[in-house]
Design a protein around this ligand. Structure first.
Ligand code: SF4
Ligand code: SF4
Length: 117
């Protein structure tokens, strides 16, 4: 069982994937990056903090909120929307740096991407 949080691109969500229906379906189907978990418990879903790359304060806030609810996040998935923003738009996030920072600072595993469609 993996307790996960999903971050989505604040600029793209609800434009390319309305209501995040793609990620919810992919979680049920264990599609693509969700396939690494035998079971998934979605703890939280929120935006990336917006440009220009405010992910770290956003995850800090998320971590505090979740802790206050006596919950934990083990894995943070950066949505496929974020991956596409980094690869094809002008997203300022450097994934390799961000992964190291988040894993070190918050003790979570960070995975790039979610669904394949
Ligand atoms: S990739 Fe996933 S998290 Fe991102 S907007 Fe689409 S459904 Fe939402
Ligand atoms: S482009 Fe990058 S930093 Fe800007 S909102 Fe999207 S994921 Fe967040």
């Amino acid at each position: 069982m993996a307790k996960i949080a999903v971050l989505y691109c604040k600029r793209i969500q609800d434009h390319s994937c309305v209501a995040c229906a793609k990620c919810f379906k992919a979680m049920r189907e264990k599609n693509a990056e969700y396939g690494r978990h035998d079971e998934i418990e979605l703890v939280a879903m929120t935006h990336c903090g917006d440009c220009p790359g405010l992910v770290v304060p956003r995850v800090k806030l998320l971590t505090e909120v979740v802790k206050n609810l006596d919950e934990t996040i083990e894995v943070i998935h950066l949505g496929t929307c974020m991956k596409l923003a980094m690869e094809t738009a002008e997203c300022p996030i450097d994934y390799d740096d961000l992964k190291i920072t988040l894993e070190k600072k918050f003790g979570v595993e960070v995975v790039l991407g979610t669904h394949s469609y």
